[in-house]
Ligand binder design. Structure first.
Ligand code: RP5
Length: 164
């Protein structure tokens, strides 16, 4: 079975990454989620990537804060797409994790999304867009979601808009 594999560096990351899980649930996309750290549990991270690939993981999402090497570590161990979610927190409030996640050396990409909850949500959407390349049912759901988003803009505007 194809699924999205989500890793986060600490339990303290789940408050934000639950937003990613919620989006995948809403679209009925199978996922696994675990806590594993590049620094505190490197062997667990390595073992998980191997087993997830064997079970059918098609895309990895890796979220971490501070010196955020988790997404890069995952990218070093798989050729599947890796989406990195930099998280806020610590003395630099996310600038550290943003740069640690996005500044990968050439040939070893991590597709990095925005900091925090926006990034958590977008990581789920980006993962689904990757899966939808070979899943027309999911592609249809994503198109419908875009239609709803456009309708919501019109509804929001109708509450306040003034056009002469
Ligand atoms: C990172 O350090 C984690 O991803 C987390 O964002 C941050 C702090 O972890 P805790 O000290 O809260 O476990 O590895």
């Amino acid at each position: 079975m194809e699924f999205v594999a989500i890793l986060m560096g600490s339990k303290s990351d789940y408050n934000v990454m639950s937003e990613c899980v919620s989006v995948l649930k809403k679209f009925d996309v199978p996922y696994e989620v675990i806590i594993s750290s590049a620094h505190r549990s490197p062997q667990r991270t390595k073992d998980y990537i191997k087993s997830a690939e064997e079970k059918g993981a098609k895309v990895f999402i890796a979220a971490a804060g501070m010196a955020a090497h988790l997404a890069g570590a995952v990218a070093s161990m798989t050729t599947k797409p890796v989406i990195g979610v930099p998280l806020k927190g610590g003395a630099l409030d996310g600038l550290d994790s943003l740069l640690s996640t996005v500044q990968m050396p050439s040939g070893m990409p991590v597709g990095t999304v925005a900091l925090g909850k926006t990034g958590a949500v977008n990581s789920a959407y980006l993962a689904m867009q990757i899966l939808a390349l070979s899943n027309s049912e999911l592609e249809g759901k994503l198109r419908e979601d875009r239609v709803m988003k456009a309708k919501n803009v019109e509804l929001d505007s109708s509450d306040i808009e003034v056009i002469l």
